[in-house]
Design a protein around this ligand. Structure first.
Ligand SMILES: NC(=O)c1ccc[n+]([C@@H]2O[C@H](COP(=O)([O-])OP(=O)(O)OC[C@H]3O[C@@H](n4cnc5c(N)ncnc54)[C@H](O)[C@@H]3O)[C@@H](O)[C@H]2O)c1
Length: 271
C-alpha cells in the first residue's frame, strides 16, 4: 500500500521534468492524478504513456478560468480533490539587470510572475472549495531561488521568493482545514525552458551547460534526477505523515544553504 492510496491530486506542468516524475510517483503511491499542462504535445504524451490512468487537461496556469476548468474536470473524473500541486514554471536564463533591456525586463516580469507566482494563487483559489471539503493540502514547487541569489536573474528570483510569501499566507488563511507547504529543489537534471518574452521559450537550461559542472557546484556533489525530488512531495501530501506540517518549506537544495565560503569534500576542505 502506497502513502497516497485513494488520494486525488492535480499537478500543474506534469508533462515533463519534475512534474512528470511527480505524476509517476503519485500513481506508484496509490493516487489518481490529473495534470494541467499548457503544451498540447505534452498532453498527448501523457495520454499516450499513462492511458486512462491520468487525466491530462490542456490549459494555462496563469489563467483562472483554466485552473477552474482543470479542478472541475478532476472532480468530475475522480469524484474529489485531495492535493493541488502548483509546479509549472519557466526560468529566465540568468537575465540580469545589467545586460537585459528595461523593455525586456518589463515583459519578462509579467510573463514569469504570471506563470511562476500568480498561478499559485489562482490554482489555490480554483481548488479551494474542494480542498476544504476533503481537508486536503496544497504543495508548491519553488526553487533554491526562493532562498538565495544567483539561481536566476532578478525576475526569476523574485517569482520564487514571492512563492514563499504565497505559501505562508495561504497556510495561515486556510488553517485548520487545508495544509499549505512547498518544496525548494536545487538545480536538477531537467531541461527547463526560459521565457518567451526573453526569446528563450525553446532554450533549455542544459542546452549549453555541463551537468557535471553544475553537480560539482553542489555541496552534495550531484545533480539530482527529478525522481529524487519526489519523496518530499509524498511526505507533504500524505495524510499519515503531514498532520503537523503547514507553512513548511523543504529545502531540497543539495546543501546550497550550508556551503559557506569553502567547498566541503567528504569531511575535508579544498583551500
Ligand atoms: N530544472 C531545474 O533545475 C529547477 C530547479 C529548481 C526549481 N525548478 C522548478 O521546478 C518546476 C518544474 O520545472 P522543471 O524543471 O520540471 O521544468 P520543465 O520545463 O520540464 O517543466 C515545467 C512544465 O511546466 C509547463 N508549463 C510552463 N508554462 C506553463 C503554463 N503557463 N501553463 C501550464 N503549464 C506550463 C511546461 O510545459 C513544462 O511541462 C518549476 O516551477 C521550476 O521553476 C526547476
Amino acid at each position: 500500500m502506497g502513502w497516497l492510496q485513494g488520494e486525488v491530486a492535480l499537478i500543474t506542468g506534469g508533462g515533463s521534468g519534475l512534474g512528470w516524475a511527480l505524476v509517476e510517483r503519485f500513481i506508484e503511491e496509490g493516487a489518481q492524478v490529473a495534470v494541467l499542462q499548457r503544451s498540447k504535445a505534452k498532453v498527448d504524451a501523457l495520454n499516450e504513456h499513462f492511458g486512462g490512468k491520468v487525466l491530462a487537461i490542456e490549459g494555462d496556469v496563469a489563467s483562472y478560468a483554466d485552473n477552474v476548468r482543470a479542478v472541475n474536470a478532476t472532480v468530475e473524473r475522480f469524484g474529489k480533490l485531495d492535493c493541488f500541486v502548483g509546479n509549472a514554471g519557466i526560468w529566465d536564463h540568468y537575465a540580469d539587470i545589467v545586460n537585459t533591456s528595461g523593455e525586456q525586463l518589463e515583459k519578462a516580469f509579467d510573463e514569469i510572475m504570471g506563470i511562476n507566482t500568480k498561478s499559485l494563487i489562482l490554482g489555490a483559489k480554483a481548488a479551494l472549495d474542494e480542498l476544504v471539503k476533503s481537508e486536503g493540502s496544497i504543495i508548491f514547487t519553488l526553487s533554491n531561488s526562493a532562498l538565495y541569489s544567483a539561481g536566476g536573474g532578478p525576475v526569476y528570483t523574485a517569482s520564487k521568493h514571492a512563492g514563499v510569501g504565497v505559501m505562508k499566507e495561504l497556510a495561515y488563511e486556510l488553517a485548520p482545514k487545508v495544509r499549505v507547504n512547498a518544496v525548494a529543489p536545487s538545480g536538477m537534471n531537467v531541461n527547463i525552458k526560459g521565457a518567451a518574452s526573453l526569446g528563450q521559450e525553446n532554450v533549455g537550461l542544459l542546452d549549453a551547460r555541463d551537468p557535471e559542472k553544475i553537480a560539482r557546484g553542489m555541496p552534495l556533489n550531484f545533480l539530482p534526477e527529478p525522481e529524487e525530488m519526489t519523496g518530499s512531495y509524498v511526505l507533504l501530501a500524505s495524510r499519515q505523515n503531514n498532520r503537523p506540517l503547514t507553512g513548511v518549506l523543504i529545502n531540497a537544495e543539495c546543501g546550497l544553504g550550508i556551503r559557506g565560503l569553502r567547498q566541503p569534500r567528504a569531511g575535508f576542505f579544498d583551500e
